[in-house]
Design a protein around this ligand. Structure first.
Ligand SMILES: [Fe+2]
Length: 227
């Protein structure tokens, strides 16, 4: 399977409720990627993530990755030689990764009124305790590792298919997580927190656990552990 097909399949899996059927079909027939709708209003994650951040992050930043990916794919399709195609690979990786990562991220979050921040007893909690000692120890380690990213990037709780364990890993820029199955991803680009938390990454990382969608994380974990 080509990298582009993989990107498209991953993004589609990450955002199954992306658009109403009619517009999704139209977009799919033209081979275009589209901005997925959120499952909650922009202000639903307050006070932990402001509505202003969510709206800009979704409407402007994620949309820019979607537009960039569509443009890069169009150019790739028209590229006259392998050399010209290779020149386009950084744009495909950056914008394709941005689309995949943000599509996962929106699903990663849930308002407190819809269970955000709540980790019920079950397979994910058991695995976190087994692999990190406790849920609090996991959160602390994930925040420490994520805060230490230099520049922009993502912190991940990922499932390692070789060791069958949950591990904390990071990716730079908009690189998608390929070595592990993503269970929880935290966007540590400044656009994800600066308007509310300024330069204090630690406060953003502390607050985000109040709106992490652990039900979605557990669903991903169960699916990953089956394979
Ligand atoms: Fe972002």
């Amino acid at each position: 399977m080509s990298m582009l097909a993989t990107i498209a399949r991953s993004a589609a899996r990450a955002a199954p409720r992306a658009l109403p059927t009619a517009s999704f079909s139209l977009a799919a027939s033209r081979g275009l990627h589209t901005l997925p709708q959120l499952d909650y209003p922009y202000n639903a994650l307050e006070p932990h993530i402001s509505g202003q951040i969510m709206e800009l992050h979704h409407k402007k930043h994620h949309q820019a990755y979607v537009n960039g990916l569509n443009a890069a794919e169009e150019s790739y399709a028209k590229a006259p030689s392998p050399k010209d195609q290779i020149k386009l690979q950084p744009a495909l990786k950056f914008n394709g990764g941005g689309h995949i990562n943000h599509s996962l991220f929106w699903k990663n979050l849930a308002p407190e009124s819809q269970g955000g921040g709540q980790l019920a007893a079950g397979p994910l909690k058991d695995a976190l305790v087994a692999d990190f000692g406790s849920v609090d120890a996991f959160k602390k380690k994930m925040n420490t590792v994520t805060a230490a990213i230099q520049g922009s990037g993502w912190g991940w709780l990922g499932y390692n298919p070789d060791t069958k364990k949950l591990e904390i890993v990071t990716t730079a820029n908009q690189d998608p997580l390929l070595s592990h199955v993503p269970i929880i991803g935290i966007d540590i680009w400044e656009h994800a927190f600066y308007l509310q938390y300024h330069n204090v990454k630690a406060d953003y990382l502390t607050a985000i656990w109040n709106v992490i969608n652990f039900k979605e994380a557990e669903r991903r974990y169960i699916e990953a552990a089956k394979q």
